[in-house]
Every structure is written in structure tokens, then in C-alpha cells.
Design a protein around this ligand. Structure first.
Ligand code: NAD
Ligand code: UDP
Length: 309
């Protein structure tokens, strides 16, 4: 198959490209390198099955030849990145999704939107099921990302309804692993960066708030299975293993073998208090659930960055 990935030079996109090529497909990667990096796909650039196109997907593009699947991943993704690029984030969710859907329609390809657990905002339902509508502050600091993804979901479903396009929406929960940018501001890259520099680990608020972290290899398997399925609509993909952030800091010190201080900093505005996916739908429809526990995934990620240095 010939697969188009927007945002293919980013963290998730580069892993997805590599896996799809390993499985015998051709990959076309469209990326404007806003938050991604060519170093993530250095190995792929040498492969004849991989084509990189530097392009901003908020602008139309014509691609020659067949395309069978479109994964739309292009968007700033970390709170630090979308705070720095609020307008680009809204445009990636709106015009970027429109253009990516247009390509899928023209090529009669399947379409998958990388959505997010952020559509649930600071959730009042726990764990979060796909049927929950969310609790989002549209004008808060996270609104640019949350509303861009909510709009992108609505547009994706409209293409399914009006054009009968075969669409899938992956509501991705916090995912981590090798090839994250160490300065993207997310908690696991921050801890790794701080440990590498023997600095205190920064925990926001009292550290009691929670996230459920999924290792990248599991996420890639889930995304590919979802794309291959006949399912249309939103599906949670993530790990149900819920952790308090202060406990993640302790686990990380144990794994890295570094005894560091914990520095408590103010909790950012609108930071969701709890987050845990209900993945019953993915289990039933895709027969998918994450296999790699946080302890093992953190170990692999830490070792990757140690080796890189
Ligand atoms: P990332 O920043 O590493 O990757 C995003 C990629 O999109 C980058 O390479 C960037 O340069 C590219 N991009 C941004 N705007 C673009 C544009 N207008 N045109 C072309 N390329 C553009 O982030 P990631 O963690 O790999 O996230 C990938 C996708 O998954 C995003 O859509 C994100 O919202 C979603 N997601 C990620 C997570 C996570 O925990 N990593 C969680 C939920 C959702
Ligand atoms: N966080 C933290 N220390 C950091 C970075 C983040 O305690 O150095 C917290 C943040 O407040 C949030 C959680 O860790 O509650 C996950 O943050 P991240 O930015 O990784 O993801 P998101 O908030 O988008 O889920």
C-alpha cells in the first residue's frame, strides 16, 4: 500500500512511518518541521519506500499516484508547543484536517485523524469513555488545541456522513518513548532532560494529579489496527495504567538510578486533574490493549536517550 502521513517527521509519525515500511508499505511523509525534526527520519530518508515532502498541510497539495491510507497527525502536540504556536495549532486542526480529508476523498483512501484525550478537557467522568462529551474551556490556554481537535473530529465525521469516507478517529492518550523532543515540555521528556543534567525533577502542583502513559510501540500497533478495521468514529487508544505524577517522578529516579530532588512548581491553568481511558471499545473491536507497562517503557526510553548521548 501507499500511505500518506501528515506530521510524519514528528514523534509518533516517525515511529508509524518506520513500522509501515517494515510491514512492506510505501510512505509519503508531509511535514513542515514546525515541531518535528529531520533527525527523527534520518534512517528513512535513505529508503526508496519513503518520500519526504516539506509542506504545510494547512495549504492544499496535489500528490501524484495512488494513496490507500491517510494518517493525519500534523499538529503541535505538547502544551508548551501549542502555547507557542496557537494559531498554527488551530489551522492544523481546521485547514490541515480539511486538506487531508480532501486528499483521502480524491484518492478514495481510508482516513485516520490523530485526535486526543484533550477533547475530554478536565474530565468530570472517570475513566473516560468515548460517549463522554468533555469539559473544555474554549478560551483557556489549552483551548487552541482542544477545540482544534474537537473541530477536526466534527469535520471528519461530516466527511463520513456526506461523502461516505471511511474515517477513524483515534483519541490518543499520553504517549511516550524514543524520539520525543527533550525540550517539548511534556513530563517524561522533562524528567529525562533533568536527570541527564543532574537537575531536580519538576512536578507541577502537589503531584497528586494523574495521567495514564502509553508506550509508543503499543500506540503504533493500536493506530495500525484501527486503520485496518471497518470501524468509523472515535476510539480511545491509550494505557489504562493510571499514575500520580509524583509517583512517576519516584519511579523514574529508581529506573535511572539518579537520586534527585523534586521541585514543586505551580500547576498550569486548566491542567486536567485526572485522566484514564476506558479502552473497552478498542479491546472489543480491535482486540488491542497495551502490553508494555510504564516501568518497562520508561526503562527503554531512558536507555534510548543515554545511548544517543
Ligand atoms: P510532534 O510535535 O512530535 O509531531 C507533530 C508533527 O506535525 C511535527 O513533525 C510537526 O512538524 C508536524 N506539523 C505541525 N503542523 C504542521 C503543518 N501545518 N503541516 C505539516 N506538518 C505539521 O507530536 P506527536 O506527539 O508526534 O503528535 C502527533 C499527533 O498525535 C498530533 O496530532 C497530536 O495532537 C496527537 N497526539 C499525540 C499525543 C502524545 O501523547 N504524543 C497525545 C494525543 C494526541
Ligand atoms: N507536569 C509536571 N512536570 C513537568 C511537566 C508536566 O508535573 O515538568 C505535569 C503536568 O502538569 C500534567 C502532567 O504532568 O499534569 C502531564 O503533562 P504533559 O505536558 O506531559 O501532558 P498533558 O498535560 O498534555 O497531559
Amino acid at each position: 500500500m501507499r500511505v500518506l502521513i501528515t506530521g510524519g517527521a514528528g514523534f509518533i509519525g516517525s515511529h508509524l512511518s518506520r513500522k509501515l515500511i517494515e510491514m512492506g508499505n510505501e510512505v509519503i511523509c508531509i511535514d513542515n518541521l514546525l515541531t518535528g525534526n529531520l533527525s527523527n527520519i534520518e534512517d528513512l530518508m535513505k529508503r526508496k519506500e519513503f518520500l519526504f515532502i516539506k509542506h504545510d498541510i494547512t495549504k492544499p497539495i496535489f500528490i501524484e499516484g495512488e494513496i490507500h491510507q491517510v494518517f493525519h497527525l500534523a499538529s503541535p502536540a505538547s502544551p508548551k508547543d501549542y502555547a507557542q504556536y496557537p494559531i498554527q495549532t488551530l489551522k492544523a486542526g481546521a485547514y490541515g484536517t480539511h486538506n487531508a480529508l480532501g486528499i483521502a476523498l480524491h484518492k478514495k483512501a481510508k482516513f485516520l485523524l490523530a485526535s486526543t484525550s484533550e477533547v475530554y478537557g478536565d474530565p468530570l467522568e472517570h475513566p473516560q469513555k468515548e460517549t463522554y462529551w468533555g469539559n473544555v474551556n474554549p478560551v483557556g490556554p489549552r483551548g487552541v488545541y482542544d477545540e482544534a481537535k474537537r473541530f477536526a473530529e466534527a469535520l471528519t465525521m461530516a466527511y463520513n456522513k456526506i461523502h461516505k469516507l471511511d474515517v477513524k478517529i483515534a483519541r490518543i492518550f499520553n504517549t511516550y518513548g524514543p524520539f520525543m523532543r527533550l525540550d517539548d515540555g511534556r513530563v517524561i521528556p522533562n524528567f529525562i532532560n533533568q536527570a541527564l543534567n543532574d537537575e531536580p525533577l519538576t512536578v507541577f502542583g502537589n503531584g497528586e494529579h494523574t495521567r495514564s502513559f502509553c508506550y509508543i510501540d503499543d500506540m503504533i500497533e493500536g493506530l495500525i489496527k484501527l486503520m485496518e478495521s471497518d470501524f468509523n468514529g472515535p476510539m480511545n487508544l491509550g494505557s489504562p495504567e493510571e499514575w500520580k505524577i509524583k509517583e512517576v517522578a519516584k519511579l523514574f529516579m529508581e529506573i535511572s538510578g539518579k537520586k534527585l530532588e523534586i521541585k514543586y512548581l505551580p500547576l498550569p491553568e486548566d491542567d486536567p486533574h485526572r485522566r484514564q481511558p476506558d479502552i473497552s471499545l478498542a479491546k472489543n473491536v480491535l482486540n488491542w490493549e497495551p502490553k508494555i507497562r510504564l516501568r518497562e517503557g520508561l526503562k527503554r526510553t531512558w536507555e534510548h536517550f543515554l545511548k544517543k548521548l
